[in-house]
Design a protein around this ligand. Structure first.
Ligand SMILES: [Zn+2]
Length: 464
């Protein structure tokens, strides 16, 4: 704590001449550079092409899969081809969950195939599947009230989409709550603002003291239909079959390359997205395009001969979706280096709308001065807030965090974790706008003319 405070004091002193870091200063010093970055980003189609090539060629990139490792090896080869500095892969042991065959059938009052996806981490059903009457409920409160009716049934959470944070609780904790009420399986309405008979998977959890029951997502249309049937007293019967299994941990890799900085090259800005995806769709929006946008932002700076004071490192973290082992391993290996900023992009590749920042007020004030330059790409707000899953372990050590948010957040969740998350959902001009905004933000931060505090593990014992 003591050392960290001293470091912060040094920042406060060095920004005493506010004119060194206000927006007039940034505009004057960097507007030509920002224009150069934007022009170069907009005339280059390679980010979109590489995203589409990766998704089409290697397919979905679930942790533990050969697809993911093939994509990782390809990324490494492309970074070498680009002439990036310090290209390397770092080993990360990751969970290895495998979906296997699965289906969900409506047996009564009519026969139909219900589009579904088992939830990540779920156990299998017995070989003969699980057949039962359903109990459709809206939320955990209703389950609590109707607990006695749940025994021996398949509980269906028909939770409407309010926002991701609210509705995802049913995906995460539904199986635990349903099992506690005596259910034999758990179905959730897919976490998405629209249905279109498109199921959405994602991570779920068990609790070691509660029976592990199989869990899957079905479509919004079938969740609503089951509820209507129940209301009419039609007692719908459903059969669920899943072969899901958790295999021994596999080896995956974080993918790293750098743009070496100038006089403060030992100070690092680590920026990336997560290279793994779910096993459905090809992880274009989540998070392939963002990974490539970050790497291309840094590649663009290199191609323009823009060498900031500090080093900018691209890190494509593995296993964000079902374990965050890439983010944890990165912290374990690199926490002793002087990180001055962690940056993550994992919010959908649409036109950029916000630059998010989490850090000391003094730094926030500096980051707010970036606005006029970012506005040259799209009108952007500079906001305080949540910045990312993979970078949170480094941030727990005191490193500031940054991310960009994009418009069309609702649309993002149309595709998220579903078979519809494919390259056609990304507009080439949007990915270029993200490349430009990220390149500007990272360059400005990496080139700041003030002393920046950097994290030291010993300084953080007992904090946060
Ligand atoms: Zn993601």
């Amino acid at each position: 704590v003591f050392i960290f405070k001293i470091l912060f004091l040094s920042v406060l002193f060095s920004v005493q001449t506010r004119t060194q870091t206000d927006s007039t200063f940034f505009l004057k010093k960097y507007s030509d550079i920002a224009k150069q970055i934007i022009a170069a980003a907009y005339k280059d189609s390679s980010a979109w092409e590489r995203m589409a090539y990766m998704c089409d060629t290697f397919g979905p990139r679930l942790s533990g899969s050969e697809n993911l490792e093939n994509a990782i090896k390809w990324l490494e080869s492309q970074m070498l081809l680009d002439g990036m500095d310090n290209v390397r892969l770092e080993q990360v042991p990751v969970p290895h969950w495998h979906r296997g065959s699965e289906y969900c059938l409506l047996l009564s009052p009519h026969k139909a195939n219900i589009p579904m996806l088992g939830l990540g981490g779920s156990v299998a059903t017995p070989k003969e599947g699980i057949t039962g009457q359903v109990l459709v409920i809206t939320d955990f409160d209703e389950l609590e009230k109707r607990k006695s009716e749940a025994t021996g049934k398949i509980v269906v959470f028909n939770q409407p989409f309010y926002d991701y944070a609210q509705s995802v609780q049913y995906r995460t904790y539904g199986a635990i709550k349903a099992a506690q009420a005596g259910a034999i399986a758990c179905l959730i309405r897919s976490v998405s603002p629209i249905g279109m008979q498109n199921p959405h998977t994602g991570m779920m959890r068990y609790n070691d003291t509660v029976l592990k029951i199989p869990a899957a997502a079905i479509t919004a249309e079938y969740s609503a239909m089951l509820e209507r049937m129940q209301r009419r007293g039609q007692n719908p019967i459903v059969k669920l079959y899943m072969e899901a299994e958790t295999l021994p941990d596999a080896i995956s890799h974080n993918v790293i390359c750098e743009l070496k900085g100038g006089e403060k090259a030992d100070e690092i800005i680590a920026a990336g997205g997560h290279i793994d995806s779910w096993d459905t769709g090809t992880g274009a929006q989540d998070d392939g395009a963002a990974c490539i946008a970050i790497w291309h932002a840094i590649k663009l700076l290199k191609e323009l001969g823009l060498k900031p004071r500090r080093t900018i490192r691209t890190v494509l973290w593995t296993n964000e979706e079902n374990g965050v082992m890439g983010g944890k391993k990165y912290t374990e290996i690199h926490k002793y280096e002087k990180h001055v900023l962690m940056f993550e992009f994992d919010s959908g590749t649409f036109p950029p709308s916000d630059l998010r920042f989490k850090g000391h007020d003094t730094l926030m004030k500096i980051v707010q001065s970036f606005k006029p330059l970012l506005d040259m790409v799209e009108p952007m707000k500079i906001v305080d807030g949540w910045v990312g899953v993979d970078i949170r372990y480094m941030m727990d050590l005191g490193v500031p965090g940054m991310s960009i948010d994009t418009r069309d957040q609702d649309k993002y969740f149309w595709y998220h974790h579903s078979p519809a998350d494919t390259p056609d959902k990304i507009n080439p001009q949007d990915i270029n706008k993200c490349v430009a905004a990220i390149a500007i933000a990272l360059y400005l931060y990496a080139d700041l003319p003030v002393e920046l505090p950097w994290q030291q593990p010993i300084a953080h014992q007992g904090t946060k």
